[in-house]
Design a protein around this ligand. Structure first.
Ligand code: GDD
Ligand code: MN
Length: 386
């Protein structure tokens, strides 16, 4: 029997014609859970959702950034016995916000919640969030620590102060009436999400700030109090670099229409590189260890290495190079920046010869070099196609 007739006869027997799962049983609510090293928490989270959402048609999509602790495999083990559970596993990338976006895009449910995978968010308010959205009066329902009845749990004074400061800053781009824009726990109507989706910066941790700042019209929101629980298993991924990404996000929302925030970050770090250069040059040349030209060459190389590593951690944290990939990354970075330097000197020299004055000539050369270095290294060194 040919393949085609096998298929036809199976179809005739109803094997292909009737997919498993009944039409009409699609989820009305999807929970998107970003994870990185949460192996010890995922099974418990699914149980909590099962209890909290009893009687509803729901599904959960874990978006895992290839966690070394094999979180994705742990989810698959559950998913084999529970079709409501799925995993999107991303390779070679990191980032809480971008993970949430991809999780939402991987579902069809008309209501979507975003929730941490470490049991710190209280699943029992999901029903209230859903009811609020179904009432038709709101686009987004936010789990809030900063309205009456909500609490940050056992946070120390330092983390509280940082959170409050970050919240105050967020009001540059989100409505003043929103008490907890830093929340990573909310439910949104799909249409409202899709209206903002293409404007999202997807940088860093603060997806809700991004959503509010990216929406073409004001989002109608309600805050529902909950108490932030303590983490029992695994550890927080928040660190000092998250603060830098947060500033990048705010910058992108404020000026990104005209200048990409990553370019500003790149240029700022380039500015720091000038100080590194001068410090190395001074110590080599002034101490008479080297003549000027070799000292200048060494200082240039050191500044490039410095710029590469700082950009790798700050500007390109989400696609950061690690391990042996650092070597070709550094090589392509130094090559691109050398070409940038030649272009810089060439253009500055040309303008200078055409009587543009030495300051404008130098600045034009620097601007051209910076734009070239940014564009070339974002493409070749960090492999960003956009
Ligand atoms: N896919 C992916 N990629 N997930 C990540 C990444 C990443 O790079 N970094 C963290 N996560 C996952 C964690 O595994 C966890 O499920 C969730 O995102 C939150 O990360 P935590 O490291 O536990 O953050 P937190 O508890 O300090 O802060 C969270 O709660 C705050 C209060 O709601 C975050 O959600 C904050 O944005 C939020 O303000
Ligand atoms: Mn957490």
């Amino acid at each position: 029997m040919s393949d085609l007739s096998t298929i036809e006869s199976h179809a005739h027997e109803g094997i292909l014609a009737k997919p498993s799962g009944t039409p009409g049983s699609a989820a009305e609510l999807a929970i998107v859970v970003p994870t990185f090293n949460e192996r010890g928490n995922v099974a418990q989270l699914v149980l909590c959702l099962e209890r909290a959402l009893e009687g509803l048609r729901w599904e959960v999509v874990f978006v895992d950034d290839d966690s070394p602790d094999q979180t994705a495999e742990a989810v698959r083990a559950i998913a084999r016995n529970d079709p409501r559970v799925r995993v999107v596993q991303r390779l070679g990338r990191r980032g809480l916000s971008s993970a949430c976006v991809e999780g939402v895009l991987a579902t069809s449910a008309p209501l979507v919640a975003v929730m941490d995978g470490d049991l710190q968010h209280d699943e029992s308010i999901l029903r209230d969030m859903r009811a609020a959205l179904l009432s038709g009066s709101f686009d987004v329902a936010i789990g809030s620590r900063y309205v009456a009845g909500g609490s940050t749990g056992q946070w120390d004074g330092r983390r509280l102060a940082i959170s409050r400061f970050a919240t105050a800053l967020s009001h540059l781009v989100v409505p003043a009436g929103l008490a907890d824009p830093m929340s990573g726990f909310f439910m949104i109507r799909r249409e409202a999400f899709m209206d903002s989706a293409r404007n999202l910066s997807s940088i860093g941790f603060k997806i809700l700030v991004d959503l509010f700042a990216s929406s073409p019209r004001p989002l109608r929101f309600i805050e529902i109090p909950y108490r932030f629980r303590d983490r029992r298993s695994g550890e927080s991924k928040l660190d000092g670099l998250v603060a830098w990404e947060y500033l990048l996000l705010l910058t992108d929302k404020l000026v990104g229409r005209w200048v990409p925030a990553r370019f500003l970050s790149f240029a700022f770090i380039g500015g720091l590189g000038v100080f590194v250069h001068m410090a190395v040059l001074a110590s080599l040349y002034r101490s008479a260890a080297l003549a000027f030209v070799p000292a200048q060459a060494v200082a240039t190389a050191v500044a490039m290495v410095f710029n590469f590593f700082v950009n790798n951690s700050l500007t390109y944290r989400a696609s950061r190079l690690r391990g042996w990939r650092l070597l070709p990354g550094l090589a392509s970075f130094m090559l691109a920046c050398s070409i940038g330097a030649v272009a810089n000197v060439g253009v500055a020299g040309y303008l200078f010869e055409h009587d543009q004055g030495w300051v404008p000539a130098a600045l034009a050369g620097i601007l051209l070099g910076a734009v070239w270095n940014y564009a070339a290294t974002s493409f070749y060194t960090w492999g960003r196609r956009a």
